[in-house]
Ligand binder design. Structure first.
Ligand code: ADP
Length: 301
């Protein structure tokens, strides 16, 4: 098969692993820099050009779209879909996952466990918003944040008010969330491929920190998840419409709660912590599923 990996850099671990495994399994694999793709939007024979070359003959595309280029990146994926190329994750699903509020609303609608979460626009509504999510302590998150930056634990109501007002004053989009204290700084990343959890790791925050992000000094190890956690992760990916997803879960007193569903989950941490061949699972999924015009939406938005 001929597979394109949409990625900003061929040297990134996840990209390198997908290239390596794809080639080992006999495929032709090309890394395509998402931001160097340009396209003609036309009803007949939509095309993608890349550094002067016409990209043709691809059976599948693996989108690895960073949060900062979601807008352009999903347009490129959509163009591949319009050309009838199978995309591991469809453009609509990637856009959905990148909108945190929309994602949480979709998951809630399907009865998936979530931390109680609130959202408001006006500083006038902050008091009631804090009530709505059950009061302090609570977690305040910048919607645009990644790697734990912009995630703040407010231990008292006063602290919560100040932080929320400060963020609102800066015109930042935030959400407030019940603090899952009983998780004790541990979260679980479930890596879902084709409706199955193929690897799971726990991330433990360092002493004195509640955020378990590896970038914040957290440590990762393999974990055996419960059947309920497994089905929560699989259902969350399915609700989002993602074939490949990193589902982040906290162990709460009221069962597993989903924090986030990631549409371009990294391979480095999970492969190192679990020893599983995650890249291999993604390539095998493509081998099973990729047929011409097998992308359900064909670029519908
Ligand atoms: P990011 O997307 O920036 O990583 P997250 O929402 O995943 O932000 O939060 C970062 C970390 O903070 C999580 O991995 C988790 O350990 C911790 N955390 C986030 N939300 C909560 C919460 N509601 N209760 C307890 N811990 C939380």
């Amino acid at each position: 098969m001929k597979i394109a990996i949409l990625s900003r850099k061929a040297s990134l671990y996840s990209t390198r692993r997908l290239v390596e495994v794809g080639r080992e399994r006999g495929h032709e694999v090309q890394v395509v820099d998402t931001l160097r793709c340009y396209m003609n939007i036309t009803p007949h024979r939509p095309e993608i050009h890349y550094k002067g070359e016409h990209l043709t003959g691809f059976d599948a595309v693996i989108p690895r779209i960073g949060a900062s280029i979601t807008f352009y990146g999903t347009a490129v994926v959509r163009q591949f879909e319009m050309m009838g190329v199978f995309s591991v994750n469809e453009s609509v699903a990637i856009s959905r996952a990148r909108d945190k509020l929309r994602s949480l609303q979709l998951l809630a609608r399907r009865g998936i466990g979530l931390p109680v979460t609130g959202y408001a626009h006006s500083p006038d509504d902050v008091q009631d918003l804090i009530e709505m999510v059950g009061g302090a302590p609570l977690v305040i998150k910048l919607l645009e944040g990644t790697q734990g930056i912009g995630v703040v634990l407010a231990e008292t109501r006063k602290a919560a008010e100040s932080v929320i007002e400060a963020f609102m004053g800066l015109k930042a989009n935030i959400l407030v969330q019940e603090f899952i204290k009983e998780a004790r700084g541990m979260d679980i990343r479930c890596f879902v491929v084709g409706g199955k959890v193929i690897a799971a790791m726990k991330r433990q925050a360092q002493e004195g920190e509640f955020r378990s992000n590896l970038h914040r000094g957290g440590t990762a190890a393999q974990i055996k998840i419960t059947p309920e956690e497994r089905s929560t992760a699989v259902r969350a990916a399915q609700v989002m419409g993602l074939n490949v997803a990193g589902v982040d879960i906290l162990r709460s007193n009221h069962g597993p709660v989903v924090m986030e569903v990631n549409s371009s989950p990294g391979l480095e941490g999970i492969e190192a912590a679990t020893g599983k061949d995650v890249a291999g699972a993604i390539i095998e999924f493509i081998e099973r599923e990729a047929k011409p015009n097998h992308t359900k939406t064909r670029g519908k938005g």
